[in-house]
Every structure is written in C-alpha cells, then in structure tokens.
Design a protein around this ligand. Structure first.
Ligand SMILES: [Zn+2]
Length: 346
C-alpha cells in the first residue's frame, strides 16, 4: 500500500508537472502567435455576407396609410421556408394569386413600384423591399388587406427597426449570389442612367439634380459600410406644387408631412427639417435598392443610379435578368472564386 502510495504520489507529481508545463507552453505559444501574427483589423465594409438563407423569427405587423391610395392597410410579414422567396398576397380577396417579388411581375412604375399577378396588384413595395434586401431576408410571406403597402414614416426605418427587434432565423440552404461579370447599363433620352460594373464589394452611387432647394446631390456608399443605415432611414419627398396635380391624378392621397418631406421653391416645409443634408439623394438610393431587390437574388457589383427613377430601375433589372447568361455568374459561397471568398469566409 505504502509503495503504491509512493508510486501514486510520484505519478501525481509527474502529471501535475506535465499539466503545468502544457499550460505554460500553450500560453507562450498564444503570446507568440498574437505578437507576431495579429489578426487583420476588420473594417466595417469587410463585414461577412451571410452564406445561408434566412427568414424572420416570428411574424410582424404594421398598420398605416397607403401613400398614394390614402387607404388604411394592415400588413403582416411572416417567416417562410427555404427557397420560398419573397412572396406577397392580398388577403382582402380570397381568390387573389400570390405575387413573387420579381422584376417580371412589375405592372406599373408610376411614382411607385407595383407588382401583380392576374387581377391582384400591390403597389409601393419599394421601401419594404429595400429593408428586406438590405437585411438579407430571403424568405417571407407578406400579406396585406389592400392594394398598397403602408407608407409609415416614408422610409424603410420602421421595417428595419422591427426586423432587428424580432431577429432572424438562419436556414439550411446556401444562398446563391449574382456576381456581375462585365459592365451593363441602361439609359433613357432624358439623361438618366443606371449602370453596374464588376466589383469585389457591393457598392452604390446615386446622383440627383432637382431645381430649387433640393439641387444636386451625390451619395456613394458601400453595402454594410458605416452610413449605409442612413440610406434606409431617408424619407420620400415631393414638391408642394406637385401635390395638387398628383391628388387630381388619384396619387399621393395619403401623403402628409408625417410620411414625406415636402419642399417649396425655397424651403423645406417639415418643421423637423431633414434627417441629413443629402436625405433626398439617400432616399433615391433607397428606392433604387428596393427595385434592385427585384433581381430575386443578392448581388455583388458596383451600381450607379444617375437621375433615375422606378421606371428605369425596373427596366434595368428586367434587361439585366434577360441577358444574365452574358453578365452574371451565379455562385454559392463555397464555390466562389478565390477573390470573392473573403466576403463569406473572412
Ligand atoms: Zn421612395
């Protein structure tokens, strides 16, 4: 017993020495690794793109007035399974067909983007779509009991805040990304242009040129870059002189200083002023991102929107999709070319 005790004690002392030695060696190794190979400081724009599809954790609801229809509508955004996509459905008519949020479903671009299927139509989807696309939500079923998505504060901020509050569920299917292979552009005869070029990042530029207090504004920002959130909180706007004509045309019936910036020739009529001095250009970019979402897939490229509106955005997306074999590579992150891998595996 005594001998065994000695042997046990010996083993115990030996094990303890080895254990302490191992800890010290690990600490030294860790110190060495940290000292000589510090990890690169991650920049905001290097934020990882999500690899897998995602949906929202639970349903969310909004009630508000439609900017153009003036009707009060209830909107509900619900989680949906993998590969479902973003699908809208009117619930005020049981026979309404579901409408996929895709450029090929657009039926009108007059001051807002409207999608439809059969007799069922839903308009002013762009701010909600910008929120969904920017947050990387791939799958959702959106129900609405009217013809228009509520305007809320005129930006995408209420959607962003609510989605962030309830959270997201990562799903099991890997996302497919559109990677722009070569430049593609579309212009009209009024000096408006939409262009995309290959880029290792998702980047945006938006330029506007209006008379009066709005003037020329130019905004340039990378996706996930600091400041991108300000794009999503920029409000829609109009000129006070246009309001009467729009109302005669049956538009802007729900517009007010609560959901839009209204300008005169010399002033901004909203008492609270602007959220940022280039809020007008930022809102135009928000609209453009909402329309870009109608590609139906996340995209990587450098986009320029020069004095463009919904009509040119949707035409651009439609033409790009039609020519996608020439201009777009479709990849899943694990099959991405080496230069794109850092987007997904930093
Ligand atoms: Zn807008």
């Amino acid at each position: 017993m005594t001998t065994n005790c000695f042997i046990n004690d010996g083993l115990h002392i030996y094990s303890r020495t080895v254990f302490i030695g191992t800890i010290l060696a690990s600490l030294l190794l860790l110190f060495y690794v940290c000292r000589v190979r510090p990890g690169p400081k991650k920049k905001v724009e290097d934020f990882v793109f999500q690899r897998f599809q995602k949906t929202i954790k639970s349903p969310v609801s909004f009630t508000g007035v439609g900017l153009h229809s003036g009707s009060i509508v209830d909107l509900s955004i619900n989680p949906a399974p993998e590969n479902h996509g973003i699908v809208f459905r009117r619930i005020d008519n049981q026979n309404s067909a579901p409408i996929t949020a895709h450029a090929f479903q657009v039926t009108s671009t007059n001051l807002a983007t409207t999608i439809g299927s059969g007799f069922s139509k839903i308009s002013t989807i762009e701010h909600l779509m910008a929120a969904i696309y920017s947050l990387g939500i791939d799958n959702a079923l959106i129900t609405v009991n009217g013809s228009e998505i509520p305007a809320l504060d005129g930006s995408a901020k209420p959607y962003i805040d609510k989605f962030n509050e309830i959270g997201f569920s990562e799903q099991s299917v890997e996302r497919s990304f559109f990677i722009i292979k070569k430049p593609f552009e579309l212009s009209d005869n009024k000096g408006s242009l939409v262009k995309v070029e290959p880029s290792l990042r998702l980047q945006f530029r938006c330029s506007i040129d209006f008379p009066g207090v709005i003037g020329k504004q130019d905004v340039e920002v990378g996706f996930h870059q600091e400041g991108f959130a300000n794009i999503l909180s920029a409000r829609t706007f109009c000129h006070a002189d246009q309001v009467e004509q729009m109302k005669k045309d049956g538009l802007a019936l729900g517009g007010s200083l609560q959901n839009a910036i209204v300008v005169s020739n010399t002033d901004i009529l909203n008492k609270e002023g602007l959220r940022s001095k280039d809020e007008f250009a930022k809102h135009k970019l928000l609209d453009a991102i909402g329309d870009l979402a109608l590609l139906g897939s996340p995209v990587i490229g450098k986009f320029s929107f020069i004095k463009s509106g919904h009509n040119l955005h949707v035409s651009f997306v439609t033409e790009l999709l039609k020519a996608k074999h020439d201009y777009i590579a479709i990849i899943e992150p694990r099959h991405a070319a080496e230069e794109y891998k850092s987007l997904f595996f930093p």
